[in-house]
Design a protein around this ligand. Sequence first.
Ligand code: URA
Length: 209
Amino acid sequence: MARVHVFDHPLIQHKLTILRDRRTGPKEFRELVNEIAMLMAYEMTRDLPTEEVEVETPIAVARSRVLAGRKLGLIPILRAGLGMVEGMLRLIPAAKVGHIGVYRDPATLEPVEYYVKLPPDLPERDLFLLDPMLATGGSAVWAVDAVKRRGGTHVRFVSLIAAPEGIRRLTDAHPDVDVYVAAVDERLDEHGYIVPGLGDAGDRLFGTK
Ligand code: URA
């Protein structure tokens, strides 16, 4: 059964409030998305395994711990997911970054893949799919399918804000995929926007509105 983690760290909540504000411009918006993503990466990686090694300090040999286990991969869903990558890489610089692009066909409303480039050793990595907004869940379900079809086995999904509908759809379709969010909002509106949300994350990141 999928677990849904809501990060209620005061720093994350404070930054999210400024992010939601309609007066926050693209420069500050981008900085905040990266900062929140970095704080979320810190929380999400709590369960990573470590192993003891010996390291020589200037004084003596210390027994100390380093990361062990599977390598990591970040997979932003284009385009808004890109806004979360830099912040996460600051904490986990060795992670490989894949990209996945999907749009909704206006006639059929079905997701259509237009770009997928993933690390070749996908099955050996813990994978974090990134999209700031988990709204209907349609693209999220599709993106997890696409990663699994290419051999990804350990997948988690990371969003800043989720709608209850999106969480339900994603966890029903992929019960093995844990979900990490900073907030769960009230609902979706008739256009698929999260209410109250923060508007269109891609437009606010890249100033295209
Ligand atoms: N995508 C966004 O950018 N915002 C929403 O509210 C929903 C989907």
